[in-house]
Design a protein around this ligand. Structure first.
Ligand code: NDP
Length: 261
């Protein structure tokens, strides 16, 4: 954390009622941000403002964003953290509604929030969107097909936002939080009995660095807490990244692959 007070800048964090979102909201507060947290319950950590909002409800999202702008005049940072995962089983054993709700929460939610918030950022000369992504967005699994599909789709929202936002000073990032102990990971068979977790402070340190503009070179790309070293990310952000680095791409079989490049 830099500790620098960013002059009353305003962060909107979805899913701030518990888990990673609550940690991120508190870290931004400690770094001097005004923090508004959205969740269905409306709960939010002490010192932050909680607002009830289902991120999948377009009207509710528009109302919440309008309320934040009317209260604070601006939104400098949007953290799309609210998320959902399904029970671990092959696709053909999935419950249709349960599977689809993961897509709705993890894709429609960030879409609605980004759509509502970015015009305010553009009007103010810029801003940053951080999407909580996952290693599950970068590769397939035999189970969790909704979750993997949703996080791959989310990376495309990040990329599209970064591309269209660049000329307006809007940056967008994928932040993979590693494996943090939360209600979500406690619900997952694959993590039962796990004793090693990513420290939420590590996720928060990356988020605050992004929020402060230290990692703008990673706009449109993914970083991962618990694996990435922040100083190395800062160095690479300054130096510039190569085409496709830390982005989802089809890997060609070689230079003679007609799909190469
Ligand atoms: P939790 O399940 O512990 O918390 C989810 C949060 O999202 C809660 O605050 C919940 O609040 C909110 N939420 C869920 N659905 C909605 C909705 N429709 N509208 C508004 N808020 C909603 O999740 P984690 O903290 O573990 O995960 C946070 C993010 O990080 C997710 O996007 C997840 O995919 C991602 N992630 C997490 C990992 C981990 O190790 N924990 C690993 C990789 C990625 P409420 O119930 O009050 O609405």
């Amino acid at each position: 954390m830099t500790g620098a007070a960013p002059d009353g800048r305003v962060a909107l964090v979805t899913g701030a009622s518990r888990g990673i979102g609550a940690h991120l909201a508190l870290a931004l507060l400690a770094a001097g941000w005004v923090v508004v947290g959205l969740s269905r319950s409306g709960a939010a950590p002490d010192g932050t403002e909680g607002m009830p909002c289902d991120v999948t409800d377009a009207e509710a999202v528009d109302r919440a964003v309008a309320e934040v702008v009317s209260r604070h005049g601006r939104i400098d940072l949007l953290v799309n953290n609210a998320g959902l995962i399904e029970p671990e089983r092959p696709l053909w054993e999935a419950d249709v509604d349960e599977w689809w709700q993961v897509l709705v929460t993890n894709v429609r939610g960030p879409f609605l929030l980004t759509r509502a918030v970015v015009p305010h950022m553009i009007a103010a000369g810029g801003g940053r969107v951080v999407n909580l992504n996952s290693g599950a967005g970068t590769r397939e699994r035999h189970d969790l097909t909704a979750y993997c599909a949703s996080k791959s789709a989310l990376a495309r929202l990040t990329g599209g936002t970064a591309l269209a936002g660049a000329e307006h000073g809007v940056r967008a990032f994928d932040l993979a939080p590693g494996v943090v102990e939360t209600d979500m990971t406690h619900s997952m068979d694959m993590h039962s009995g796990r004793t090693e977790w990513t420290a939420p402070e590590d996720v928060a340190a990356l988020l605050v660095a992004m929020a402060e503009g230290e990692l703008d070179g990673f706009s449109g790309r993914m970083v991962r807490a618990g694996a990435d070293d922040l100083d190395e990310l800062r160095r690479r952000s300054q130096a510039g990244l190569g085409d496709g680095d830390r982005m989802l791409r089809l890997r060609p079989w070689g230079p003679d692959d007609p799909l190469a490049g």
